[in-house]
Every structure is written in C-alpha cells, then in structure tokens.
Ligand binder design. Structure first.
Ligand SMILES: NC(=O)c1ccc[n+]([C@@H]2O[C@H](COP(=O)([O-])OP(=O)(O)OC[C@H]3O[C@@H](n4cnc5c(N)ncnc54)[C@H](OP(=O)(O)O)[C@@H]3O)[C@@H](O)[C@H]2O)c1
Length: 367
C-alpha cells in the first residue's frame, strides 16, 4: 500500500531536496535554468462569469519539508470552483486564493526533505484546498494516493473529489451496510455516480433521483437499481412515493433546499440523511415532529475546509478501501467531457449547463 512504502526512497528524496534547498537559497539563476520558476495556471482575476478566468504565467510553488511537488497532468472541475469564481466560496486558509482546482492526477516532480513515501516519477492523485488548475502544485505527502496502473491521467483525475466524498459519506459517516436501501439525489452528478457505484460494491440497493430521465437510465450501467425523475420542488408526497417499495436507511442529499424535507418522508426509522450539497438552496422547511418520530440522523459534511489530519485520514481510508476496487475494474471513473487548460472557460460553461453526466476533466499538461 502506498502509505507503507519503505524508506528506500529517503535517500533519493533527500538528494532531490538538497537540490531544491540549494535552488531556494541563493542560486536563483541556476534554479531558473534547471527547473523554471513559472508555470501556467487558470486564475480568477476578479469575481464574475467565465470571462474572469484567464490562463496566466504565475510563480511555481515550492515544496516544504513534508510536501511533494506534483506536475499536474489532469484535474477536474467542481461546483466549488464555480462558486469560488463568482466570489461566493473563498479558498480555505493555506490554499491558493485565486487559482481554483480541488483535485488532480500527476507525477511527483520533487520531494521535500522529510518526504518518505514518494519518489520522482510516481503517479499520484489527491485532493487539495485549491490551486489544482495549474501545471504544478504542492501537497502534503500523506494526502496523496497512488494511481492504479490501469487508469489514465484523465480517469485518475475524475476520481478523488467524487469518490472520496461518496466513500466518506456513505461507507464511513453513514455506515452503509449490505442489503440496506440508499437514496441518492442528483444521481447523474460526479458524486452521485460515485455513490451509486459504492452502494453497489457494498451490495446495498440504490435508488436515484434526477431532473433528467436519461441520466437515470445511464446511471443503471453504474449499479443504480432504479430511479425517480423529479420536476420542480419535491414535496412530502414525493418523499412517500420514493419510499413506496421500502423506506431508506441512508439518503445522500446533494441538493438540499426542498429535497431535505421530502427526504425525511422517505427515511426509515433511525435512518440517516447525509447532506453533501445545496444546489437547490440552503433553506427549507423541516418537519421536526417527523424527525423526532423517525429518530432521524442528519449529518452535514464538507471535505475542503477540514484540517490536515482529517484529510490524511479520509485519503488513507479511500486508498485502503476504494482504490483496489478500481484496480480490479469494480469501480469506474465517469467522464462527461475533457477540455485543455486553455479552454477553462468552456469547461466552466459545461459544468454550469447542468447537462453533465459525471466529471468535467481539465487536461493540464500535454500527454
Ligand atoms: N460536501 C462535500 O464535501 C462535497 C464534495 C463534492 C461535491 N459536493 C457538492 O455536491 C454537489 C454535487 O457535486 P458534483 O460535482 O457531483 O455535481 P455535478 O457533477 O456538477 O452534477 C450536479 C447535477 O445536479 C443536478 N442539479 C443541479 N442543480 C439542481 C437543482 N437546483 N435541483 C436538483 N438538481 C440539480 C443537475 O443534474 P440534473 O438536474 O440533470 O439531475 C446537475 O448536473 C454540489 O453541490 C457540490 O458542491 C460537496
């Protein structure tokens, strides 16, 4: 397993780091010649529409002692990138404030002096608070996972945010068990399709909702058992209809707003609603009497702003429990579309269209 890689890389990484330290402490001309100090990145130059995105030359980041410098090959888009572009979701402390991008697949370019898990050339993927829509990023070595050999850069970039979120929510926080029933809202989304596959891999029964009938049909190829098309704001009656053939032990709510109360009506006693997203709004009525009667659990969760130790923990669990399923072909990344970094505006347009099925990939380096 990746986190158990032995110390044989230490010597290599220390040698490499000695070079970086030399580069950082005085021989700047040499540094420029040897590794370059600039990179291309998508920048949000001010809050607004897609026109505020520009691909510019910016300073290349430098790894600290426990960091790895990753040459990003591919990244992917997330709703948080859109919100950040609009000025509604600032990057967390420590992340690049105006280079978006929360996930990546790439190769190790250099290691900090204390790095022991990785060596130059290793294929890695992971989550980061921001800055992945760039040619290089630095990440703590323990937040990286090894890319299974059978996956391309684009396939690997489609995995971290969707599968770590769905795995953490369904398997870890909601404790999904075999033969339980799970309802997944907006199942044609990146996270929704990861959740459908993880439910199937757990031998749970999954039912999805979508505003697009075609997405429900396509999701069945990824393990979804059946689905409900939703039009407008779902009501208590919709919730009862969703549960007509059995109430749900776990409901993965990516929409919020009116979906949450409808979900309560579909929940089994002592069931768990796990709120992941609020695409349908952050406010809505909740029948608290029903919540008491159902002895419902309701959990809200985010990944991006978690402290480093929690990010390390979810990455380790994901690497241990989920990555082997990609290597064996049980789980598959779902790619909607691919764009070059220079086409970042079109990539944002595509995600905002709500027509996507799976992930929007950004090719950062020429393959
Ligand atoms: N908490 C976390 O850690 C975390 C991590 C990752 C993502 N998220 C959140 O999870 C949600 C899904 O992310 P994603 O990247 O998987 O999204 P995505 O791939 O962009 O898919 C979103 C889909 O949701 C549906 N949708 C959009 N607006 C809707 C609305 N108002 N009502 C009902 N359905 C709507 C659309 O499909 P149809 O209308 O065709 O059904 C759309 O294609 C987002 O809110 C995101 O911010 C949270």
């Amino acid at each position: 397993m990746f986190w158990q890689k032995n110390k044989q890389f230490d010597t290599f990484c220390h040698t490499r780091t000695a070079r970086i330290v030399t580069l950082l402490t005085g021989h700047r001309d040499t540094a420029k010649k040897m590794s370059g100090t600039e990179m291309r990145a998508a920048k949000i130059v001010q809050p607004g529409g897609v026109e505020v995105l520009q691909v510019l030359k910016v300073a290349k980041p430098q790894p600290e002692a426990s960091d790895v410098l990753v040459r990003v090959r591919s990244s992917a888009l997330n709703r948080a990138d859109i919100l950040q572009r609009r000025g509604k979701y600032p990057a967390p402390r420590g992340a690049h404030p105006d280079i978006p991008g929360m996930e990546f697949a790439g190769e190790v370019e250099a290691c900090g002096s204390l790095v022991s898990l990785w060596k130059t050339g290793d294929r890695v993927m992971g989550l980061i608070g921001g800055g992945a829509h760039a040619e290089y990023l630095v990440a703590h070595e323990r937040t990286l996972a090894e890319i299974p050999a059978n996956l391309s850069w684009e396939e690997a970039a489609a995995i971290p945010e969707a599968f770590i979120t769905a795995h953490d929510a369904l398997w870890i926080q909601a404790g999904l068990r075999p033969n339980q029933r799970v309802l997944i809202h907006a199942v044609g989304s990146g996270v929704g399709l990861a959740a459908a596959q993880l439910a199937h891999a757990m031998n749970a029964l999954s039912i999805g909702t979508s505003r697009t009938a075609d997405k429900l049909a396509r999701a069945r190829k990824y393990g979804l058992n059946s689905g409900f098309e939703v039009s407008g704001n779902p009501t208590a009656e919709d919730g009862q209809r969703w549960a007509a053939s059995g109430a749900f032990d776990v409901i993965l709510d990516l929409v919020g707003g009116p979906y949450t109360n409808a979900s309560l009506h579909a929940l089994a006693p002592k069931g768990c609603i796990i709120l992941i997203g609020t695409m349908g709004g952050t406010r809505g009525e909740l029948d608290l009497g029903l919540m008491l009667g159902r002895r419902a659990h309701m959990v809200g969760t985010v990944l991006r702003s978690r402290p480093l130790e929690e990010k390390i923990s979810v990455t380790l669990s994901f690497a241990r429990e989920v990555l082997p399923l990609f290597a064996r072909g049980i789980l598959r990344p779902v790619i909607d579309s691919e764009f070059d970094l220079s086409d970042i505006r079109r990539a944002h347009d595509r995600m905002e269209s709500n027509e996507t099925f799976g992930k929007v990939i950004l090719r950062v380096a020429k393959q």
